[in-house]
Ligand binder design. Structure first.
Ligand SMILES: Nc1ncnc2c1ncn2[C@@H]1O[C@H](COP(=O)(O)OP(=O)(O)OP(=O)(O)O)[C@@H](O)[C@H]1O
Length: 277
């Protein structure tokens, strides 16, 4: 049996409260989540419920207050070296051109300059940026910058990809192109086993169109998964076309029934907090 790429067991994360009271805020608790190799799982939930916290725990950037994380059966005690991380914000270095940005992680792996550049050029081509190697981030559109970031992440050949709202700043058309790009690049091929992807989004449409499974988080504090939906839509998918499939609307409604209550609960809590202030 293949080991899960990621196994999160009974994880809780507490952070020092921001009011200097010395107390703690429990962002997430009792989080249990499995991600299989070659599986695309999205996490949706109300704003501030702890989606990024889960991703940071999976990346090994945050050590949970309790519980455990296993990566391909091994306990995670430091940075998750099997994972590549793609953030919402722009993480390209402005003083490096596209090629040099993609080379960055490969250089840290200690590869030769020749090999690094050859891999980076190949990945820039694969994300549709062949010929743009010499361009600096400010000379690239937002969508092109995201392509460079994607090439940067995938060039390291991570078995697991952690994505935190990577395309939320893009216009709809560019976003759909990028979503399809990610689906194509992450799926299994005859030479590659495919990637395990944990994807955070506020956009339920995006989550359904791209995923094998969608997990719904409850409103915080102490947020946890309260819904686990298998997306039985045909694959391979085009994210724009799949939304016209009648089954898409059925799934959307099923998930929204659960998500809507949590969004309303979270909104009511925030409103109450504002009134107290
Ligand atoms: N390092 C930290 N110190 C203190 N509180 C934190 C820290 N990191 C996160 N939090 C709090 O934990 C909660 C969850 O944050 P997180 O960023 O994981 O939520 P999210 O669901 O990703 O938010 P959003 O939907 O707005 O992107 C929030 O209330 C946040 O303020």
């Amino acid at each position: 049996m293949t080991l899960p790429a990621l196994q999160i067991r009974d994880v809780a994360c507490k952070f020092p409260a921001t009011d200097d009271s010395g107390s703690f805020y429990t962002a997430i608790e009792q989080v249990n989540l499995d991600l299989q190799a070659n599986e695309f799982v999205s996490i949706v939930g109300p704003t501030g419920c702890g989606k990024s916290t889960i991703l940071n725990v999976a990346a090994g950037l945050i050590r949970p207050s309790c519980g455990s994380v296993e990566v391909f059966g091994k306990k995670l005690n430091s940075l998750n070296s099997d994972a590549g991380y793609m953030f919402q914000s722009n993480t390209l270095m402005p003083w490096r051109n596209a090629l040099q940005n993609v080379c960055l992680g490969l250089e840290y792996q200690g590869r030769s300059k020749l090999e690094t550049q050859s891999i980076a050029r190949d990945w820039l081509k694969r994300v549709g940026l062949g010929g743009f190697e010499d361009r600096y981030p400010h000379q690239l559109s937002g969508g092109m910058q995201k392509r460079v970031a994607l090439a940067q992440t995938l060039a390291l050949e991570p078995k697991i990809i952690l994505m935190d709202e990577p395309f939320s700043a893009l216009d709809l058309q560019t976003r759909q192109l990028m979503e399809n790009e990610v689906l194509n690049l992450c799926q299994a091929t005859s030479t590659d086993a495919g990637k395990a992807v944990l994807f955070i989004t506020h956009d339920l449409d995006e989550a359904i169109a791209m995923s094998d499974r969608v997990i719904v988080m409850s409103a915080g504090p102490g947020s946890r998964p309260i819904g686990n939906f298998t997306i039985d839509l045909p694959k391979p998918r085009d994210v724009a076309e799949i939304k016209t499939n009648p089954r898409f609307y059925e799934i959307y409604n099923e998930i929204w029934q659960v998500l809507r209550d949590e969004v309303l609960r979270s909104y009511a809590k925030q409103k109450l907090k504002m009134e107290v202030i």
